[in-house]
Design a protein around this ligand. Sequence first.
Ligand SMILES: Cc1cc2nc3c(=O)[nH]c(=O)nc-3n(C[C@H](O)[C@H](O)[C@H](O)COP(=O)(O)OP(=O)(O)OC[C@H]3O[C@@H](n4cnc5c(N)ncnc54)[C@H](O)[C@@H]3O)c2cc1C
Length: 222
Amino acid sequence: MGKVTVMEGTTKEPITLIGKMAGICYGSDVKDPLKNYKRGMGCIESNHGRTLEFPEVYLELSGYSARVIREYYTHIAGGPTRLQASTRYINYENGFDYITPPKIQNNEEALKVYDEMMKNIQVSLKKLEDLGIPKEDSAMGLPLGMTTVIVDKRGLRSLIEMSHQRLCTRAYWEFRNLMNDIMKALKEYSEEWAWLVDNLFMPKCEYLGRCPEKTSCGRYSN
Ligand SMILES: Cc1cc2nc3c(=O)[nH]c(=O)nc-3n(C[C@H](O)[C@H](O)[C@H](O)COP(=O)(O)OP(=O)(O)OC[C@H]3O[C@@H](n4cnc5c(N)ncnc54)[C@H](O)[C@@H]3O)c2cc1C
C-alpha cells in the first residue's frame, strides 16, 4: 500500500498566496488575507496560469512501484525536483517489497507464479552477491514492481496537469491510485487545498469537454 505524505514547506494557503503575489503587481493592499484570497480566486477563475506556479508542494511518496515512479518522472513541466531511494546503497539482502496488481492478487495460480518470480530474483541477487558482485551491479536485476521511496517538490500547476493525464480511465491503474492518494493528502492539508483539488483536479476529458484518446472509455465522445 502506497502512502503520500505532504511535507513541511508546502504552501498552507495557496489561494491567498496567489492573490498576494498578484496584488503586489496590481498595486493593491495586500495586508488583508481575505482580500488576497478573493483576488487569488479571481486569478484562478480567469485561468491566469502563471500565478498557479507560486504554491509549492513537497511530497514523500513511499510504497509505490519503481514502475509508477518512472512514469511520475515524465511530468517535467514547471521544473520539479526529486530524489529517489538508491538501489546502490540500500540493502536488498532480506528481500524487497513489491506491488501485486489486483488481477494477479485475485488469481490464485497467477499469484503463485508472480510470487515465485519475485523470489527467484531475490535468490539470484543473493547468488551474485556471494560471487562478489557489488550491489550497484546486481541491482540491475531488481524488478520494476518493487516498491521505492521518493521525495518530490513541484508546483500546483504541474499537479493540475498531472491530474488531467493520470485520472484518465485509460491511464495506468497504479498511477490513478497514486493521483487519488495525492489529492486526498492535499485535501487533508488545508481547506484551500481542498477547494483546489475539488475544482481544478480532473481527468482531461472533463477539462476539455471531449475525449482526446484514440481508444476512449466512452465517458465523453471524441
Ligand atoms: C492513457 C494514457 C497512457 C499513457 N501511457 C504512457 C506510457 O506508456 N508511457 C509513458 O511514459 N507515459 C504514458 N502516459 C503519460 C503521457 O504520455 C505523458 O508522458 C505524461 O503525462 C507527461 O507528459 P505531460 O506532457 O503531460 O507533462 P509535462 O511534461 O509535465 O507537461 C505538462 C504541460 O506543460 C506544458 N508543456 C510541457 N512542456 C512544454 C514545452 N516544452 N513547451 C511548452 N509547454 C510545455 C504542456 O501544456 C503540457 O501539457 C500515458 C498517459 C495516458 C493518459
